[in-house]
Design a protein around this ligand. Structure first.
Ligand code: NDP
Length: 448
């Protein structure tokens, strides 16, 4: 960036911080995108005159509401919930719902903002949104989760629709929660429609949706390594998280001949010294998906559990953060670099802090941002919407082939927009490619 571009960035960020005080995650996500796109944007008079950057960083609307529900013992509880409908220039709003005690407006605005560009990169007609609640599903009974989902949908159903806004899952929201939410939507609206994605296979869900984010992340990683004359075969991969994204990334990595070395949750870390086997993965998958257990309570022969540790101290060739935002900081990055990491491929949204990204860049470590490398989930959600609209369902292999092609295409677009001095900056590539398409649509619509 030139000095003049830096000055413009500082000026823009000052205004954004003033308009969005205390929203550090949102500010971080905007600054990353603005840093990438400003050198291009500042040369586009029409876009500047139309204030595209100012408008694209302001959500279309935020719906905020109370969710009241009853515990099994008859106590009344109330949580907060939101739906951030950020931008629908490319298609109906689309993005997941997150249930986690850390959820607040800043987190959902950062996620909704990222979703605009991610959805744009998939090439499918989807706008950007995100929603969720500070409800903590951990330790709740099935019935409590069900009552919470019903209550949340009792308000949310007014604001969504197959051509308006199509939510999906995210942290704390999997197939079980989507089914309860969908059931309540149908009851309230008295009609079946593809208003949520991530549905069960017997009621409109798509093959490969469960696996899509993890598998897509591995497809992206493979494309990135191959572009640089490397392959996944034999590589040791440190994965964080043990939820939907982490488990299916591990599954695909094993299939590709790589060695997943870790999985984690907020309690600690499982370390597989010789790489995880298919049998070990199946035990963990059942423990997490069916029994909803903690890693600390799982005993697997030959696998060590380290309390309160994250995976970034383990020797690896590739790091795949698949848990949550800002889980990999500058110190972690230094350790990974010292241990010889060659690539970081994000399964989670914004898991790497700005300082850690800088350290990777300065040390020649390949770094794929989540908005590109984890776009497989929303891409298959988009395919689920298409199948629902056509009242058909594609076979597993067909969806997988489409997913692979989309991930390769996203990779290639990042390269196209991100090459500078012979090196690919995937963050810039993803931001510029995602941004240009949305900005062009906004300009064409005029002053809406
Ligand atoms: P899950 O709820 O299935 O799993 C989340 C995992 O991350 C759990 O192992 C959880 O551990 C861990 N985790 C969550 N918060 C923290 C924290 N504060 N500290 C340490 N560990 C934590 O979520 P997903 O796998 O669906 O999502 C993971 C990431 O991927 C998120 O960033 C999400 O936005 C992103 N993503 C997900 C997509 C999807 O299709 N599911 C699509 C695109 C992106 P614990 O149980 O202890 O909390």
């Amino acid at each position: 960036m030139t000095e003049a571009e830096h000055t413009e960035l500082r000026k823009f960020m000052r205004g954004l911080k003033k308009r969005n005080p205390y929203q550090s995650e949102f500010q971080q996500a905007v600054e990353e995108v603005a840093t990438s796109v400003l050198p291009w944007y500042l040369k586009q008079d029409a876009y500047r005159k139309a204030e595209i950057l100012e408008r694209i960083t302001e959500p279309d609307r935020i719906i905020s509401f109370r969710v009241t529900w009853e515990t099994d013992s008859g106590e009344i509880r109330a949580n907060r919930a939101w739906r951030v409908q950020f931008n629908n220039c490319l298609g109906p709003y689309k993005g997941g719902l997150r249930f986690h005690p850390d959820v607040n407006e800043s987190v959902l605005k950062f996620l909704g903002f990222e979703q605009i560009f991610k959805n744009s990169l998939t090439g499918l007609p989807m706008g950007g949104a995100k929603g969720g609640s500070n409800f903590n599903p951990k330790g709740k009974s099935e019935r409590e989760v069900m009552r919470f989902c019903y209550s949340l949908m009792t308000e949310l159903h007014r604001h969504i629709g197959e051509d308006t806004d199509v939510p999906a899952g995210d942290i704390g929201v999997g197939g079980r929660e989507i089914s309860y939410l969908f059931g309540q939507y149908m009851r309230l609206e008295n009609r079946w429609s593809g208003v949520l994605t991530g549905k069960g296979l017997s009621f409109g869900g798509s093959a490969v949706r469960t696996e899509a984010t993890g598998w897509g992340c591995v497809y992206f990683c493979e494309a990135m390594l191959e572009h640089h004359g490397e392959s996944l075969n034999g590589k040791t991969v440190a994965i964080s998280g043990s939820g939907n994204v982490a488990l299916y990334a591990a599954q695909k990595l094993i299939e590709k001949g790589a060695k997943p070395a870790t999985l984690s949750d907020s309690g600690g870390l499982l370390h597989f010294k010789d790489g995880m086997t298919v049998e070990q993965l199946e035990i963990i998958r059942k423990w997490k998906e069916q029994d909803r257990g903690r890693l600390a309570d799982l005993q697997i022969k030959g696998v060590a559990y380290h309390e309160s540790k994250n995976p970034w101290g383990v020797d690896c060739d590739v790091a795949m953060p698949c848990a949550t935002q800002n889980e990999l900081d500058h110190e972690d990055a230094q350790t990974l670099i010292k241990n010889g990491v060659i690539a970081v491929c994000e399964g989670a949204n914004m898991p790497t802090t700005a300082e850690a990204i800088k350290a990777f860049r300065e040390n020649g470590v390949l770094h794929a941002p989540g908005k590109a490398s984890n776009a497989g989930g929303v891409a298959v959600s988009g395919l689920e919407q298409s199948q629902n609209a056509m009242r058909i369902s594609w076979k597993r292999n067909e969806v997988d082939l489409r997913l692979k092609a989309i991930m390769q295409d996203i990779h290639d677009r990042c390269v196209e927009e991100g090459v500078k001095d012979g090196r690919v900056n995937y963050v810039d590539g993803a931001n510029i490619a995602g941004f240009k398409k949305v900005a062009t649509a906004m300009l064409a619509y005029g002053a809406i």
